[in-house]
Design a protein around this ligand. Structure first.
Ligand code: TRP
Length: 368
């Protein structure tokens, strides 16, 4: 059931500060979407309840990172006047929806979810087994999305199986109880380098535990250090040697961060990334020059973010106020959806006067 609104919902787990992988994969896009004026509602959720599904013993870590993530959001330009920023656990309707959706999903279907599979391999739950909450988080994510009647979910590629599972839940729900929920579309980053920015060591993904991240709020000298020690093409030993750009993390980062105006400003020898790549591939372009250029691009991109973050850091009570108000707005919308869901499932007993009448009638004339 669509009210024809264009609604965005997305979010992040608060398990650490956000890094440039989050930025190119999602945050930058969110701000563009916010500024495009083409969306009726935008909800950005700090997924603390989801973070607790595999951090149950570290609630402090999740708790502390809520404000860090909110600061990163505000610093990137998410504007509480245009986007609703809220905390998942403060919207209890999401939990209630999850419980009803659980009846529509089988255990083997969850076991087949590739993201759950991959994460199970990455995280070591030891011989104790998987927490049920973690195992079922795709269902809770379907609740997050459908509660806001989101039409579009901008996320990274790794979330694709979650969206597929969400769409299945919507279809099953609507087929079982009548048209109620909105089927969402995924919106992936349009630039391949942004889909999955590798770590500075060239490993597949930035991850805090691998120490291969550049954080959004990182100091300029630290950014520079990390870039100058980044992995490149191991076969490119001398400047004259032909180098590979494919799979070379420095070039992947340039694909994600360089803009023609940065070439004009910092590296006018080349018009764009294509020319720079061609030179590297033929030989004669050294890694240091490329890295210095990447550093200039990143510094240019991150400086305004860091400055804005510093301003917001001075007013943490404002940040809390934003999240509190946002959570109230979010709860109102989720409550509307929950009430539609209960009505569709016919578990809205006290709103259903027909039900009471019918049952009263059944006992009105016992002799008949
Ligand atoms: N799973 C997402 C992540 O790992 C966070 C998230 C929770 C989310 N619920 C969501 C993203 C709903 C999009 C839609 O960062």
């Amino acid at each position: 059931m669509s009210d024809n609104k264009k609604v965005i919902l997305t979010g992040d787990r608060p398990t650490g500060r956000l890094h440039v992988g989050h930025y190119v994969g999602s945050l930058r896009r969110r701000v563009e979407l916010q500024e495009s004026g083409k969306w009726d509602e935008i909800f950005i959720m700090i997924a603390d309840a989801q973070a607790l599904t595999d951090n149950a013993k570290q609630p402090e870590k999740v708790r502390e990172n809520i404000v860090e993530v909110a600061l990163d959001y505000l610093a990137c330009g998410l504007d509480p006047k245009k986007s609703t920023l809220f905390i998942q656990s403060q919207v209890p309707e999401l939990t209630e929806l999850s419980f009803y959706y659980m009846n529509l999903v089988t255990v083997p279907r969850l076991q087949r979810n590739p993201t759950v599979k991959a994460e199970l391999q990455m995280r070591d739950f030891g011989n104790k087994g998987i927490p049920v909450g973690f195992f079922t988080y795709p269902i809770s994510q379907a609740a997050d999305i459908t509660a806001f009647r989101a039409t579009t979910v901008p996320v990274g590629e790794d979330q694709e199986p979650m969206l597929e599972q969400c769409r299945e839940i919507v279809r099953t729900f609507n087929a079982t109880y009548g048209e109620t929920l909105v089927e969402p579309d995924i919106m992936l980053p349009d630039n391949a380098a942004c889909l999955r920015l590798p770590g500075t060591d060239g490993k597949a993904k930035m991850s805090k535990s691998l120490g291969n991240c550049i954080y959004l709020a990182e100091e300029p000298e630290d950014i520079k250090k990390k870039i100058m020690s980044m992995f490149t093409d191991p076969g490119h030993l001398r400047v004259e040697d032909p180098g590979k750009t494919e799979g070379n993390p420095v070039f992947t980062y340039l694909e994600a961060f360089s803009k023609p105006e940065y070439f004009a400003e910092f590296c006018p020898d080349y018009k764009d990334i294509g020319e720079m790549k061609a030179h590297y591939e033929r030989g004669g372009l050294g890694d240091v020059k490329v890295k210095k250029f990447l550093n200039s691009c990143l510094q240019a991109e991150l400086e305004p973010i860091r400055k804005r973050r510093q301003e917001f850091q001075k007013d943490i009570s404002y940040v809390y106020e934003v999240l509190k108000k946002g959570s109230e707005v979010a709860e109102k919308k989720a409550a509307e959806t929950l009430s539609m869901v209960k009505q569709a499932m016919r578990i809205d007993y006290f709103n259903d006067s027909e039900l009471m009448k019918a049952q009263a009638l059944k006992y009105a004339n016992p002799e008949d």
